[in-house]
Design a binder for this molecule. Sequence first.
Ligand code: SF4
Ligand code: SF4
Length: 243
Amino acid sequence: MIKPDWELTFSKTFVDVPDCWTTCDSACCKQDFNQLPFAFFPKGASMIFTQREFEWLEQSGKLQEGFKKYSSKYSWTLDNGQDFSYYTSVCKLEGVCSLPNFRPLLCKFFPWFPKVDIKNGSVVGLEKGTLFELFWPHLGAKSPCTIFNENDPTLKAKAISAYEDLAKTPYFLFHFKLVEIVMKAIDISISSAFKSKDPNDSIIQDWEKSYLQGSNIDWKKCRSEISAIYDEIKLLHPDAVLI
Ligand code: SF4
Ligand code: SF4
């Protein structure tokens, strides 16, 4: 069985620019933006984990302070009958990780997330690494992330190489593709909310309400696409753990 090696995975840094937080007051960790006046999203940085990632961190005693308290587990059944779960949590550490080497993979990947070709595991693009980043173009605003704005080709090449290394494990290949599908659906819902309207608080709060009710994202289509990707990767790697 080919499965993720979590010790090795967390030993990697992916995107690591020492002291980058000094340029933005830890914007990605605080996620507290005047231009995004959400009414219901919890204060702090929203976290999402694959099921195995969260459970390995928890069993190894490597969860950041407070993560367990705010955690929730969600489960879906894909169209192919496969059960699938993931965890969410909220980070209230405001940029001071209690266990820096074991911060969630999403934090280690930020500000990007890889778009992959599942046939050969290559990274064919870099997507935005959080839901919040999807809002800035609609608000006519720059990302608060200095690394994202600097767009340094050397740093991007280093990140791509680290993502490709991880994508050699089919578990990550599957989850990279899964996140791409979900982020695309969220991006469509945000674009549609801003269509022919001026950006204002009510658009953002209406979008947030619909998002939390699950009514502005086509989750049925997402599940069906994720199921098809699962089947495709399973055919390529029959011995691999994907979920
Ligand atoms: S927002 Fe970007 S520059 Fe700021 S701390 Fe996060 S990764 Fe670093
Ligand atoms: S775990 Fe660390 S890097 Fe991630 S949001 Fe929390 S403080 Fe920031």
